[in-house]
Structure formats: structure tokens, C-alpha cells
Design a protein around this ligand. Structure first.
Ligand SMILES: NC(=O)C1=CN([C@@H]2O[C@H](COP(=O)(O)OP(=O)(O)OC[C@H]3O[C@@H](n4cnc5c(N)ncnc54)[C@H](OP(=O)(O)O)[C@@H]3O)[C@@H](O)[C@H]2O)C=CC1
Ligand SMILES: O=C(CO)COP(=O)(O)O
Length: 326
């Protein structure tokens, strides 16, 4: 590949994606806001604040200047936390090259507006230039060049295929989809369920309980995403089931780790970004508004809100009326 890709957000995911697109042969400018991180990336080829000692490609550069990052970029990967996308984006759109595609790589639902990430992008650059990348992919794995597969969605399948071809490399396999809601809601909702799984793990409720929670959580993820237009076949793919399996089974997931800390009764203040904390209330509200049964999501929301203890949540989930499974 030749040409330029800009990556917005020099945290764990933005840096990993930038390293990945350089491996795919693109020139890449990473846009961040911290000069110390920029110096480490540009001079030492590392981002110790977010990715430890992982070595980054020497040609990867970071800048603090939006105009420099976005000038001439055909693709803009947006990898800042979901709740900051609405404030970060408007200042960038003006610098974007005409026809460039904005790809949300964040997993969440905007709390201010209730919009999805692609929805926020579409308001600025139009539907045909808004896309989503999501799937089971720990930044640390992608940065280290371990084999990974994700889904890239755009409303036009031709754009999705162009992105999948552009972003794939020998260690990152991108599948194309034209189901934007299915792909992005899978990524947003699994974070809420990863917190629930972490609580089960931290409270030492056992492997059987973890399997039950993950499976019944998946049923909720499918119902809530379907209510917003996500297709069932997408939700059993990488960005739905795939990411749920990854993050409901590993303390490498910050959402799982956050839940585990709640389960153990440990302090939460110092923990890294757990997007599901912000998504839980939105997901519970969407379920209520669409009349979708989502007891696990509602329980996570109530526990995070402080209105329900973990014990009471477990009792509530276990004493629900019996029903047929499907
Ligand atoms: N980490 C992962 O494994 C994966 C993460 N994601 C998703 O990617 C998104 C970003 O996560 P991740 O990179 O891990 O988060 P990190 O906490 O590692 O990094 C967040 C980055 O965003 C920057 N940032 C924060 N607020 C703003 C703002 N208002 N304007 C501009 N930049 C801002 C931070 O800047 P500063 O350093 O200056 O504070 C930092 O560089 C999330 O939605 C997450 O769900 C998706 C797949 C994998
Ligand atoms: O989304 C991720 C992997 O696909 C990262 O998960 P966490 O945000 O829970 O760390």
C-alpha cells in the first residue's frame, strides 16, 4: 500500500493501530496531545505510557498538530475514548482531505447525545465517509504484531472492502461488513458484559457461572443490538461474539479487570479506562426504551450506579422466573 493514514489518539489502541498500518505499508501520522509521548514515539520508537517496552516501527511518527496529521490522509482512524469523540472530532473535520473516510475504532455510545460513534462521525463528514473498525483485539497484541482479526464496516460494502484491504497486513486480517450498527454495537455492549464477567471472576463464583453469564449476556447483546438494527449474523461474528469471548475471559481486558475489582471489593479509583462503565447506563436505557429483556445489563448498570449490591444482583438474576432458553 502507498498513501497516508492518520490515527487520532496516541493511547494504547491508536498507537497499536498506527504501528499496524505502517506494517501494511502506509505512511502514518499519529495525532496525540502529549509532547512527552510524541518524543518517546519519534525518538525511542516506544509508547511506554500505554504500551510498555513494545518496539514500534521506526517510520511511525507522532504529531500534536491536527492540520499536519490529517493533511492528505485518505483514511482517518479515530481511537480516542468513546466519550471524547464528540468533542475531539469537530476540530478535526476541517483539516480532513476531501473524500477521506473516518473510521471509528472506539467502543461505546455517546452519553450526551445517545448517538453511536458512527452516528457522531456521520453528522460531521456524512454517512458515506463514516465507518467502524471493531473486533477482538487487545492493543498490546496488535502492537506486538500477534495475529489478529477484526471487522470493518461501512454502509457501502465497497468502502468496507476498500478499508479491509487497506488495513490488513500479514498479522492483521480485516473482514468487510455493511452492517455498521451490528459491528459497533457488538463492541460497545460487550464492554458492559465484560464488567459483569469480571464481577463473577472477582467474586470467585466459579467457571460454570462465568460460562452461564457470558452466554446469557450474549443473548442480551444480540437482542439490544438487533433493536437498533444490528443483524444477527453480524453479532455472532468477530465484533460481537468474538470480542465478548476475548473480554469476558481475560484480566487483560480493562472492563473485565474493572468488574473483577468490584467483585473483590477492591478500590476502583486507579483503574485504567473501562468504557463499559459509561456504556452500561446507555445500554440499560436502550433496552428499556425498546422493551428488550436485558437483566444482566440492567444489573451491571444498577451495581455501577451504587443502587444494588453484588449479592443482591446475583440473587435478582438467579431468582428470575424460569423460561425457555431461546
Ligand atoms: N486498548 C485496547 O485494547 C482497545 C481499545 N479500543 C477502544 O479504543 C478507544 C481508545 O482506547 P485506548 O486507546 O485503549 O485508551 P487509552 O486510555 O489507552 O488512550 C486514550 C487516548 O485518548 C487520548 N484522549 C483522551 N481524551 C481525549 C480528548 N478529549 N481529546 C483527544 N484525545 C484524548 C488520550 O490522550 P492523553 O494520553 O494525552 O491522555 C490517550 O492518548 C476506546 O474506545 C477503547 O474501547 C478498541 C479496541 C482495543
Ligand atoms: O476491546 C478490547 C479488545 O477487543 C479491549 O478491551 P478493554 O477495553 O476491556 O481492555
Amino acid at each position: 500500500m502507498s498513501g497516508k493514514i492518520a490515527v487520532v489518539g496516541a493511547g494504547a489502541w491508536g498507537t497499536a493501530l498506527a504501528a499496524s498500518v505502517v506494517r501494511a505499508g502506509w505512511s502514518c501520522l499519529l495525532l496525540g496531545r502529549d509532547s512527552e509521548t510524541a518524543a518517546k514515539i519519534n525518538e525511542l520508537h516506544r509508547n511506554p505510557r500505554y504500551l510498555g517496552e513494545i518496539e514500534l516501527p521506526e517510520t511511525l511518527r507522532m504529531t500534536l498538530e491536527p492540520a499536519e496529521a490529517l493533511a492528505g490522509a485518505e483514511i482517518v482512524l479515530v481511537a480516542v475514548p468513546a466519550q471524547t469523540v464528540s468533542s475531539a472530532l469537530p476540530g478535526l473535520a476541517a483539516f480532513a482531505a476531501p473524500g477521506s473516510v473516518f473510521v471509528s475504532c472506539a467502543k461505546g455510545i455517546d452519553r450526551e447525545t445517545g448517538r453511536t460513534m458512527s452516528g457522531l462521525m456521520a453528522t460531521l463528514v456524512g454517512n458515506d465517509r463514516a465507518a467502524v473498525l471493531s473486533g477482538p483485539s487487545f492493543a498490546i497484541d496488535v502492537a506486538a504484531g500477534l495475529p489478529t482479526a477484526v471487522t470493518v464496516a461501512a454502509s457501502d460494502i465497497k468502502t468496507a472492502k476498500m478499508l479491509a484491504e487497506s488495513l490488513s497486513n500479514p498479522v492483521l486480517r480485516c473482514y468487510a461488513s455493511d452492517d455498521i450498527p451490528g459491528v459497533e454495537l457488538g463492541g460497545a455492549l460487550k464492554n458492559v458484559l465484560a464488567i459483569a464477567a469480571g464481577i463473577v471472576h472477582g467474586r470467585q463464583l466459579g467457571a460454570s457461572a462465568l460460562a452461564a453469564l457470558t452466554t446469557r449476556g450474549f443473548a442480551e447483546l444480540r437482542r439490544v443490538a438487533a433493536a437498533l438494527g444490528g443483524r444477527p449474523e453480524t453479532l455472532v461474528g468477530l465484533s460481537g461474539l468474538g470480542d465478548l469471548i476475548l473480554t469476558c475471559g481475560s484480566e487483560k481486558s480493562r472492563n473485565f479487570a474493572y468488574g473483577a475489582a468490584i467483585g473483590r471489593g477492591a478500590p476502583l479509583d486507579e483503574l485504567a479506562l473501562a468504557e463499559g462503565v459509561k456504556t452500561a447506563a446507555m445500554a440499560a436505557r436502550i433496552a428499556r426504551e425498546h422493551g428488550v429483556e436485558a437483566p444482566i445489563i440492567a444489573a451491571v448498570d444498577a451495581v455501577l450506579d451504587g443502587g444494588l449490591s453484588v449479592e443482591a444482583a446475583i440473587d435478582r438474576l438467579m431468582s428470575r422466573p424460569l423460561k425457555t432458553e431461546t
